[in-house]
Design a protein around this ligand. Structure first.
Ligand code: GLU
Length: 297
């Protein structure tokens, strides 16, 4: 057994908007193996901040499926819905620092002007709700080095976009809460799907703005059903809990670049995970941002 170390803390942060599917299991297994191979802790956080999208019972369903796949987390599961006061405190802090401003632009207006927000409300000092609240980007870098994909360059306009941290409907935005949680949970490394790769520089910058050291980020290839179409709850990906556990785990590991020896293909999942932990390295992961998963799932 690896000696637990306080140095490495990783996490898996599902949104409980449906059961765990092949795509989300890849992020769970990838982040788990990375944490365990570093003798670190692996935390689970329920990203249930976007309440209209949440499905009652999906959180316990996800946790049951993680256990079924031998993915036992450290500590207690953190729920974003329990942390609104903390987010409000950070929001107030940013407001006092005059780093945010109210915005009344609609999604339609923004998409008509090219899809990236260009700061139209930045100087208007709007105060009449309903308003979305945007964080001034203040020169977020457009490069970062990904632990898996190496040096990355993202569009400068996207990096420098003033983005929403509190939505017009009053809910705190993912972009704010993910960073506050990663800081508060002491996350040292984030391993997650490549769909969030372009959001990394702004999240690193917000960490720094809040006085914390940003974690390192590594992105895993995304499971797609055809180019550009992520396997997701929205396109009715089937829940993995209904499939044979060892076969699914062998497929997830193959997707991540680890081919189990023949005698472990059907073995109990704990044996498969022990072998995978011992053989895991980020360098074995295919350097492709999308992989068609119909050959695996
Ligand atoms: N909650 C996000 C998702 O389910 C993941 C966020 C993250 O890992 O930063 O896609």
């Amino acid at each position: 057994m690896p000696v637990p170390s306080s140095a490495y803390i990783g996490r898996f942060a599902p949104s409980p908007s449906g059961p765990l599917h092949f795509g989300s299991l890849i992020a769970a297994v990838g982040s788990y193996l990375q944490a365990k191979s570093q003798h670190g802790q692996w935390l689970v956080r329920m990203e249930d901040i976007d309440t209209p999208r949440m499905v009652p019972g999906a959180d316990s369903d996800i946790l049951r499926t993680l256990e079924q796949f031998g993915l036992h987390w450290d500590g207690t599961v953190l729920y974003q819905s329990q942390r609104l006061e903390r987010y409000q405190q950070i929001f107030r802090h940013l407001q006092q620092q005059q780093l945010i401003y109210g915005c009344q632009c609609s999604r339609k207006q923004i998409s008509e002007s090219g899809g990236i927000y260009t700061g139209r409300c930045a100087t208007l000092k709007l105060t009449t709700e309903p308003l979305a609240w945007r964080l001034k980007s203040q020169g977020v870098a457009s490069q970062f080095t990904d632990l898996i994909f190496g040096p990355q360059q993202i569009p400068a306009a996207l990096a420098q976009e003033d983005y929403i941290i509190k939505r017009r409907d009053g809910l705190f935005a993912y972009q704010l809460v993910v960073v506050v949680d990663d800081i508060d949970q002491g996350i040292t490394e984030v391993i997650r799907g490549a769909d969030l790769l372009q959001m990394t520089p702004r999240q690193q910058a917000l960490c720094t703005l809040l006085g914390a050291v940003a974690p390192q980020y590594g992105h895993l290839p995304l499971a797609v059903i055809k180019p550009g179409f992520k396997l997701s709850k929205q396109n009715h990906a089937e829940p993995v809990s209904q499939w044979p556990v060892s076969k699914v785990m062998a497929n997830v590991l193959a997707f991540l670049g680890l081919s189990l020896p023949t005698d472990l293909q059907q073995a109990p999942v704990t044996q498969q995970l022990d072998w995978a932990t011992a053989h895991w390295q980020l360098s074995i992961i295919p350097r492709r941002q999308e992989i068609n998963c119909t050959q695996f799932a």
